[in-house]
Design a protein around this ligand. Structure first.
Ligand SMILES: [Zn+2]
Length: 91
């Protein structure tokens, strides 16, 4: 899917009425939906996850940090991370 538009859309209600709302602590732009108030970071799950990020995730997992926290710090989606954990710890 290369013709995906880079429009900002609310992941919850699909509204395009979103405005910038500061940054999360890894520097990514954060948005807030004017329709439903949902805050989100644009498309973090559409980027391939680098080996560096995976190495960092492995380290953080050892520290027993909650998945939501790891996802925020590393910049991956929680869904992706949960899936990654399932695959890694299934071995
Ligand atoms: Zn919304």
């Amino acid at each position: 899917m290369e013709n995906q538009k880079c429009q900002n859309k609310c992941p919850r209600c699909q509204s395009e009425e979103v405005v910038k709302n500061g940054h999360i602590h890894n520097g990514k732009q954060r948005y807030i939906c004017k329709q439903c108030g949902r805050q989100f970071v644009k498309d973090p799950q559409n980027k391939p996850v680098s080996d560096e990020q995976k190495a960092l995730i492995d380290k953080l997992l050892l520290e027993k940090i909650p998945l939501a926290g790891i996802a925020r710090v590393v910049g991956v989606s929680e869904r992706w991370l949960q899936n990654y954990v399932n695959v890694v710890y299934d071995k």
